[in-house]
Design a protein around this ligand. Sequence first.
Ligand code: NAP
Length: 298
Amino acid sequence: MPKNILITGGTGFIGGHLSQHLVDSGYHVTILTRSDLSERANSDQIKFASSLDSLANIDWYGVINLAGEPLDKSRWSDEQKAQIIDSRVSMTLRLNTWIRDLPKPLEVYISGSAIGWYGHWQDEFLDEASTYHAGFSHQLCEAWESAANELADLETRICTVRIGIVLGADGGPLPAMLLPAKLGLGGPMGSGDQWWSWVHIVDAVRCFEMLLDNSLARGVFNLTAPAPVPQGQFARILGKQLNRPAVLPLPGFMAKLMLGEFAEEVLLNGQRVLPKNLTAAGFTFNYPELADALRDLA
Ligand SMILES: NC(=O)c1ccc[n+]([C@@H]2O[C@H](COP(=O)([O-])OP(=O)(O)OC[C@H]3O[C@@H](n4cnc5c(N)ncnc54)[C@H](OP(=O)(O)O)[C@@H]3O)[C@@H](O)[C@H]2O)c1
């Protein structure tokens, strides 16, 4: 009997790759979406739904919750920041109510989060036991994680995935970096010393599958490759892959002028995160090194 998985955010970059990967592995996937269902073609293995109400009578194995307003959709006003948080928390609370009412407990609930939970750090290594520095990214991720953990009293396994910078050819930050890099304009952003903890999209979806399948997996998991790099080094490795020197830097003040607080939170600051719990669970990366990931994608 194929296992049924419900995915929110399944129309997005990570969710789209994940849905296809899970179908290829024999799961049946249902994607909860706000989009027009008449534009979505159901197949035997992937179905689309616009409301949780119609989904109660299915025998669910797991739920993966990734939906949320994109961080780079527009400049961060107070209103936009509230929407970024609320889009994730309100979806999670709706899911919680639905999951509690299911006739049979879920095996596993995988909740999205991000390495922004740790806030801004310098060169310190961070793992799942590390603490955080306060700021908007932490506030967002903490609100999202806390909402999911309201189900902690159920027998369902809860896995919280602190997602790093996901590299793919068709989503995440890489496509926007390729054009300037091809023109030789992809130099360091700000100091270039800020750590970028990245992961290849292939390893990202493999990680979600492992968390579905591994009956011992529960708790927090950093989803980052084991070899994070400073952003300036990222730019150099990308330039080398493209045979273009990464020379022209983007000064920090310019990035802030163009992108506002988003630049400060996401591009000019970072954290050096290690996937300690994934490694302890036996997960191995197809792309542990950035040069190999970029050779595949760029
Ligand atoms: N990509 C990364 O590098 C990265 C890193 C760390 C964390 N994350 C987090 O992981 C999740 C998935 O990332 P992604 O890159 O796949 O994101 P994405 O491509 O932007 O997709 C997000 C999905 O969320 C839904 N959505 C968008 N705005 C929404 C809103 N206002 N209310 C409710 N749902 C909304 C959309 O689904 P529908 O339009 O079908 O409803 C969309 O498909 C996101 O929450 C993101 O913050 C991503």
